[in-house]
Design a protein around this ligand. Structure first.
Ligand code: PLP
Length: 221
């Protein structure tokens, strides 16, 4: 009940039209979104979208002005990125820290506690959240389920260690569509719902689609 949706409206809302989808979601009471780039976030603001907008991808320190002008929350994709943003900005920047719990795409390693702690010491960074990405949450293979459980426990362990140092990791989020569908009971603050919100499974899912029949929101006439 304490978990809010933060739908993924990146890539032009998966081709549906980012402004159109975000406006519809606002009307339904959603007030947090995630996008891939600062440009996508800026375009959403230009089309009148209020609420929180989290940029999931890397933003160059040369583009920090986009973050402050458009009131975007930026992902610190690792410790070096956080420090570079801190150096580059005159104004405070809102940040969610990305932890790498095993996907090895973006994120500071979740066991690098001192590096993570150094991000909290950056004067211009307001740390509002901490998150990670479950990379095989869609799979029903035993090894993938075990891997996902390891990612989840690594995430919460890091959160505990930060709290023990008196640091506040802010709002927490881990799940994309399949995280929500397959691991619904986690104590988190946001769910980054994407493909399933548009009414699609990203792989054939006989079992899930019996339990939860999704209908595509897009139709072609
Ligand atoms: C795209 C994306 C999502 C949404 O993923 P779906 O599988 O479409 O639900 C969530 N989190 C991150 C970091 C993403 O890049």
């Amino acid at each position: 009940e304490s978990c809010r949706l933060m739908p993924a409206v990146k890539a032009d809302a998966y081709g549906h039209g980012a402004a159109l989808i975000a406006k519809e979601l606002c009307a339904l009471g959603v007030n947090a979104f995630c996008v891939a780039s600062a440009w996508e976030g800026a375009a959403l603001r230009e089309s009148g979208i209020k609420g929180e907008i989290l940029v999931l991808g890397y933003t160059s320190p040369h583009q920090v002005h986009l973050l402050t002008t458009y009131d975007l929350i930026q992902t610190a994709v690792d410790c070096a990125h956080a420090h570079a943003l801190n150096e580059a900005s005159y104004y405070p920047i809102k940040i969610h820290i990305k932890l790498d719990t095993g996907m090895h795409r973006l994120g500071e390693r979740s066991d690098h506690i001192q590096e993570l702690a150094s991000i909290f010491a950056c004067e211009k960074l307001q740390i509002l959240g901490t998150f990670s990405h479950l990379c095989v949450a869609d799979s029903q293979k035993m090894e993938d389920i075990l891997f996902t459980k390891l990612q989840i426990s690594a995430f919460f362990k890091t959160i505990e260690q930060l709290k023990e140092q008196g640091l506040n990791p802010g709002k927490l989020h881990l799940q994309s569509s399949y995280g929500v569908l397959n691991y619904p009971d986690l104590p988190l603050n946001y769910a980054r719902f994407g493909i399933a919100m548009y009414g699609c499974y990203s792989s054939p899912e006989p079992e899930l689609s019996r339990k939860l029949p999704l209908r595509p929101v897009l139709s072609l006439h």
